[in-house]
Design a protein around this ligand. Structure first.
Ligand SMILES: *Cc1c(COP(=O)(O)O)cnc(C)c1O
Length: 386
């Protein structure tokens, strides 16, 4: 492979896989200004409509007055503040675990956990549709990786039976980021228990959204720390902030503090951001009308999409993909919606498997029914749908 980057880019363009960014000129909310158009967006992970909430912005500003901007150091040197510590305790309580540990991002949390828990002698069992950060984390851990077909429990059980490693970790997205379906965590937990393995769930899209109090998939399925020993959640999606955490036993968290390289060798998140996340967590827990509204918008969208005979995947979460198949068709659909003033990007390989390019429609409590109706109306006139 040479460094002829232009040829690589041209090949990508020719395959319709070139990615371009949209430049926003207004804050995160459904109707947004972009550099070249005003668009109604259905592609943000701001599921509860908190990213642009005045109480969060005020907490961030107050936090900056108290703490300044930078944490100044890693958590193990001088970067760990009362703001971080309080947020960790509140997150642990929110997901019903003894302890929680903050990471700068979900990507780094996944790298940190797998790296700290696994070595060459370990085995990791990974769902085929897991998020890229889990795939990279498994690779970096040097453990032997066994991939199982998407939520194929019998297939996973066969792999578990065929392995004798002392440390065996099943890792899964709790809500699959590109399909929106929910992993069968109780069954995965039972499998793990039967075979003496551990289960880790990446709840990036469940935390804040699932469960009566937004405690995520652990709350939805009532899985305690023994049933689900490693739980990762993020603060950048439903909580509208930035950052991530891992929750679990005292021993797990202390192990991560000693050994998770993406925790140790990086600057702590700004304490002001931790203050904003504390407010976000409180709002996410207390204002359950946000989850109720989201649920009713999802039902409204699904009803309308079914009536139109759209190729909807089976999802009851805010992630509602429409399967296009080819990248060409997904792009045509996305451009059609854009011509109607809507922003729904086409998700193409390698983010999703070849032949499964799609429109990834994402709903938020910040939308209203009239906006969802606008989306449905535009989908109705989409070329070559179904
Ligand atoms: C977004 C996401 C991550 C990464 O979280 P960041 O905080 O954005 O780095 C990890 N896992 C899944 C499933 C995600 O969707």
């Amino acid at each position: 492979m040479s460094f002829d980057l232009r040829a690589g880019l041209a090949a990508r363009e020719a395959a319709l896989l070139y990615r371009r960014r949209q430049m926003a000129c207004s804050a995160q909310q459904p109707q947004r200004q972009f550099a070249d158009a005003d668009l109604l967006t259905f592609c943000s992970n701001d599921y509860l409509g908190l990213a642009n909430h005045p109480a969060l912005a005020a907490a961030l500003a107050r936090g900056a007055e108290r703490w300044g901007v930078g944490a100044g150091a890693s958590h193990l040197l001088a970067g760990h503040s009362h703001a971080h510590h309080a947020l960790e305790e509140e997150l642990a309580a929110a997901v019903g675990r003894p302890r929680a540990l903050l990471f700068s991002t979900g990507y780094m949390a996944n790298l940190g956990v797998l790296g700290a828990l696994l070595d060459r002698d370990a085995r990791v069992f990974s769902d085929d549709l897991n998020h890229a950060s889990l795939i990279d984390a498994a690779r970096l851990s040097r453990a032997h990786v066994e991939r199982y077909a998407h939520v194929d429990l019998p297939g996973l059980e066969r792999l578990l039976q065929g392995s004798e490693a002392a440390r065996r970790l099943i890792v899964t997205d709790a809500v699959f980021s590109m399909d929106g379906d929910i992993a069968p965590l109780p069954q995965l937990s039972a499998l793990a228990a039967r075979h003496g393995a551990w289960l880790m769930a990446d709840d990036a899209h469940g935390f804040g959204v699932l469960g009566a109090h937004g405690g995520g998939s652990a709350e939805l399925f009532k899985l305690d720390v023994d049933a689900l020993p490693v739980l990762m959640g993020t603060l950048g999606k439903a909580l509208g902030c930035f950052g991530a955490f891992v929750a679990g036993s005292e021993a797990l968290i202390e192990t991560l503090i000693q050994q998770a390289r993406s925790y140790i060798y990086t600057t702590a998140m700004p304490p002001a951001l931790a203050e904003a996340a504390r407010v976000a967590l409180r709002l996410a827990r207390e204002e359950s009308w946000r989850r109720d509204k989201l649920t009713s918008l999802i039902a409204h969208f699904c009803r309308g999409a079914r009536q139109l005979g759209l190729p909807l995947l089976a999802s009851r979460t805010p992630i509602q993909p429409l399967l296009a198949g080819s990248a060409e068709r997904a792009l045509a659909w996305s451009e059609h919606l854009r011509a109607h003033g809507l922003l729904v990007p086409a998700v193409r390989p390698p983010t999703v498997p070849a032949g499964t390019a799609r429109l990834r429609i994402v709903l938020s409590a910040a939308h209203d029914e009239a906006q969802v109706d606008r989306l449905l109306l535009a989908l109705e006139s989409m070329p070559g749908r179904g």
